[in-house]
Design a protein around this ligand. Structure first.
Ligand code: NDP
Length: 304
């Protein structure tokens, strides 16, 4: 049976690291601050913003929540970002995605308006470029959190064969660069990849980031491999499962979250595996906190 890589355990280690640095910054009169802009009423986004706010509170980062109405124009949003960019007491800026329909097509322009030194999501082209050429920078939280977990867990990346399923700008592509920079031999797969299972079976480290519930099955996995399940998918519970949970005295909801990996069966042959929920999601928030601290440090270095 695989070792379960519990997100809570690793995110706590990461938060402890951040706490020490935050205390150090505060002793020099600097209070790290994160501004999160939420436009509209998307329920999932409200939960994500709330979780980020709670993490800030826990670590002593000042959390500035800016809630704007659904009908906010592109110009109004850009003006808000400009104001936060020029406020030296704000160290990190994040625009929660997705944006409402009316301004969605301007997403790139809006995200690119954030000062690269305050871009704690690591989406700005300047930060993406720095990642590609291997310069210190702000890196997207989910892949950066996964790498940090591998390092904390003592899983060897140098020389490993790594396979990533998914090539998004948020997860797959930055993960490729992070693994390659640590000397893994990396293959990235996507929806046009032929004979996917032949490739995934070669992976010592397999990253599933495609958004397809339980897609990665046990026959696609090399025995003893490390499996990182980034996927978050909401699926219906079967009638049998609901009955079983009820017979255990529970009151199950009709839906639940699952990853991109068939956890139940892959767990039997993998060496280590992240669960969903309780895995990568927690690392993402902990890494966001590390990025706020990092942004703070970068801004101080830049002023010297
Ligand atoms: P995207 O939809 O942007 O990208 C999905 C990728 O998977 C694409 O590159 C796509 O290929 C590829 N893909 C889709 N179907 C297949 C297939 N059948 N075979 C091979 N590749 C396939 O997703 P994201 O990267 O934004 O997110 C991926 C998952 O991770 C989602 O479930 C999301 O909810 C979750 N997520 C979780 C986070 C966390 O904190 N845990 C944070 C961010 C995302 P192509 O490019 O060819 O279309």
């Amino acid at each position: 049976m695989a070792k379960i890589l519990e997100g809570k355990f690793f995110s706590n280690l990461m938060k402890d690291e951040s706490k020490k640095k935050i205390e150090e910054l505060k002793s020099h009169g600097i209070e790290p601050a994160l501004a999160v802009i939420l436009v509209g009423e998307d329920p999932a986004s409200q939960v994500y913003v709330r979780n980020k706010h709670l993490a800030c509170e826990e670590l002593g980062i000042k959390s500035i929540e800016i809630k704007l109405p659904t009908e906010t124009s592109k110009e109004e949003l850009l003006a808000k970002i400009d104001q936060l960019n020029s406020d030296s007491n704000v160290h990190g800026i994040l625009v929660q995605l997705p944006l409402p329909k009316a301004i969605k097509s301007h997403e790139e322009e809006i995200l690119n308006r954030i000062d690269p030194l305050k871009d704690v999501d690591g989406f700005h082209p300047m930060n993406v470029g720095n990642l590609v050429i291997g310069k210190p920078t702000l890196i997207p939280c989910t892949p950066a959190g996964c790498i940090k977990m591998l390092e904390l867990a003592g899983i060897e990346i140098d020389g490993a064969r790594a396979v990533i399923i998914g090539r998004s700008n948020i997860v797959g592509k930055p993960m490729f660069h992070l693994l390659m920079a640590r000397h893994a031999t990396v293959t990235i797969c996507h929806s046009h990849t032929q004979n996917l299972a032949d490739i995934t079976r070669q992976a010592d480290i397999l990253v599933a980031a495609m958004g397809k519930p339980r897609f990665v099955t046990a026959d696609m996995v090399k025995p003893s491999a490390t499996i990182i399940d980034v996927g978050i998918n909401r699926v219906e519970r079967s009638a049998d499962e609901i009955e079983k949970l009820k017979s255990e005295g529970k009151n199950p909801k009709p839906t639940k979250l699952v990853g991109d990996v068939d956890f139940e069966n892959v767990e039997k042959i993998a060496g280590a595996i992240t669960p969903v929920p309780g895995g990568v999601g927690l690392l993402t928030v902990a890494m966001l906190m590390q990025n706020v601290v990092r942004a703070c440090e970068l801004q101080i270095e830049n002023r010297i």
